[in-house]
Each structure stands twice: as C-alpha cells, then as structure tokens.
Design a protein around this ligand. Structure first.
Ligand code: MN
Length: 333
C-alpha cells in the first residue's frame, strides 16, 4: 500500500493529488524535477505529470538537475523539448514536485526547492527513500514512479492520450525490465493495457529505449565483458567488471551508454550479485549493483552511501578501483 503522509507541520489531510489539484485551480507555478542523470522513469513521470498539470491550468516548469543533457535514448520523449535547465527555474515556486529521487542528494542543485517552495511533493518508489518533502507519496510496492503518476492523473481527472501514455509506458517498461522483474504485478499489466489502448507505438518505444546503440557499443561490450571477474565465494557470488566514461568515449559512446553494461553482466548465473564500476570524469566510481534474488543490494548500497531497490541499487565511491571492490566484498561477506 502507498504511504500517503505529510511532513512535520503540514496538515495531515493533504495528499499529493489535493495539493496538485489546488495548484492547477489557482494557476500556481509548479516546478517538477526527476533525479540527476534521469532515466526513463524519472523523465517519463516528470513529463507526464507536467503536461497533465499544464492542461489543468497550472503554470508548469519541468527540469532536471545538472548536467542538463539528455541521452539520445530519452530525448525523443514527448515534451522533452520543453524541459528547462535548473537555472531557468524560479527559486521559490508555489509547488515543487520531486519524482523518482530516492534522496535529497539525487536532486542535486534543485534540492533547495524542497524547502524554498510553498509546498514540496515527493513521488517515489525506492525502498531506500527516507521520507522527505512536505507531502509524500512514496510506495516501494509501485513498480515505477510513472505508476504513481498514472494514479494521480486518474485522481485529477486527466484523460490518458498518446502523449501522456508514451511517457508513462517508457518509465513502466524501463523499471520493470519490460515486465520481466518481480515488481511486475497484475496492476502493472492493467496499467500497461490502458496505455496501449491509447494507441501508443510500444514497439517503437521499446526499440528506442532498449535496442538502439551505436556500433561502438559492440566494441566496448567485448572489452568490458572480457575483463569481468567471477568471485563465487564472496557472499552468494559476485561478478564484477569496470569501465569509464573515458573508455566509452574511445568507442565513440556517451558516458550514459555504460548504464546498459550491468544488464549484460547480471545474466551470470554463478553470481547472485552483479557489479559494474563506472569511472566518472571527476575520478569517482559510480557503482551499479544487481541481485538475482538472494541479496538485498539496497542494504549494501545504503551502507556504502547510496540507495535503490532490493534487487537494483547503486552508490558512488571515491576510493580507487581495487579499494572500491574490496569494500564491496566486505559488505557482501
Ligand atoms: Mn524509478
């Protein structure tokens, strides 16, 4: 069940839907943002709710934290051309909506709006979300933040059309691994059916999200897969490898292409936990963890300063590569 709750000092009767409905009626200024380096769920939920509130009368600004660049896999989403950089957002809007951000840190320079806005609304489905913002709709049982947004759209009386449904379907397909992960429920498929019924081109959405990469991807994949290490005695088994944004560039790829590596590595059946270390331009390692079911990688990621879901989580390490893996081994032991 969803946890509808309000932060300290907020009237307990306020729900996310009532705050947003009132904001639309009052033609209030509403700023929406997903997490830094937004994925399909963060961006899809932001764009769908932004467009819905715009139709209901709100003055809406949709943004996301710096760096303000979208990967090609997401830049085609309806409404993305209307996204504005955080520098173009008013410093104290009437309402600020945080979408798919598991912690305040994931909002980057926009985190200040949680306090600076008249009311802040937090929509999220990460198990590690500690609870922040004035009004919260945080449901770890939800397969994606777009599922929470779909429920809000129903409460707001917004009719789903191709534009809204395309954004919602992108987030739903991405966060459920195309309906393969354990977070997929009968309600997930019912929502997907409603979205398909609007006439969206779901095959084209999936191709753009999951099955499109430059030829250089094959070269990077061969290098990164070739250096993978299997450590069956660490926890329930660990398989890990590494790459970097610099290495991606050598293959003509953008850094975000590294995000897809863990989906290849996690197929390893001898290891319950898959890990990809992604070297960032600032020298830190962005660490992705996936579990095949026996390990709660959200716990591991939280212990190491990050967060996420039980079976998919991540954190950042400023140690060198070997020390980062050594720390992970200790946490998994
Ligand atoms: Mn999500």
């Amino acid at each position: 069940m969803a946890r509808h709750s309000s932060g300290s000092g907020a009237p307990s009767a306020r729900t996310a839907a009532s705050v947003l409905a009132q904001a639309a009626d009052a033609r209030a200024i509403v700023v929406l943002s997903g997490h830094v380096q937004p994925d399909a769920d963060a961006l899809g939920s932001t764009l769908a709710l932004a467009e819905a509130l715009r139709r209901q009368g709100a003055r809406v600004l949709a943004t996301f934290p710096d760096p303000f660049t979208l990967p090609p896999s997401l830049g085609w989403l309806p409404g993305s051309e209307g996204l504005v950089p955080s520098s173009a957002v008013p410093s104290s809007p009437d309402v600020f909506v945080s979408l798919d951000a598991a912690s305040t840190g994931r909002l980057g320079e926009l985190a200040g709006l949680l306090d600076a806005a008249g009311t802040s609304v937090v929509l999220d489905h990460h198990a590690s979300n500690p609870g922040f913002g004035d009004v919260r709709l945080i449901d770890p049982e939800a397969p994606a933040t777009v599922a929470l947004v779909a429920g809000l759209l129903d409460e707001l009386g917004v009719t789903l059309d191709v534009e809204l449904a395309t954004c919602l379907y992108a987030g739903l397909a991405a966060d459920t691994g195309s309906f393969r992960f354990g977070n997929t429920t009968p309600e997930t498929h019912e929502l997907a059916a409603r979205l398909l019924a609007t006439g969206i081109d779901h095959a084209a959405i999936s191709r753009r999200l999951f099955d499109s990469a430059p030829f250089g991807w094959l070269g990077l994949l061969s290098v990164v897969a070739g250096r993978a290490a299997l450590e069956p005695d660490v926890g329930a088994g660990l398989v890990w490898t590494w790459s970097s944004s610099a290495e991606a560039a050598e293959h003509g790829l953008r850094g975000e292409q590294l995000e897809a590596l863990v989906d290849v590595v996690r197929a390893t059946e001898e290891a319950d936990v898959a890990c990809v270390l992604k070297g960032q331009d600032d020298g830190s390692w962005s660490v992705s963890l996936r579990s095949r079911g026996a390990t709660d990688v959200a716990r591991v990621a939280i212990a190491l300063g990050g967060g996420g879901h039980t079976l998919a989580a991540g954190y950042t390490s400023t140690l060198d590569r070997e020390a980062t893996v050594a720390q992970l081994r200790t946490e998994l032991a």
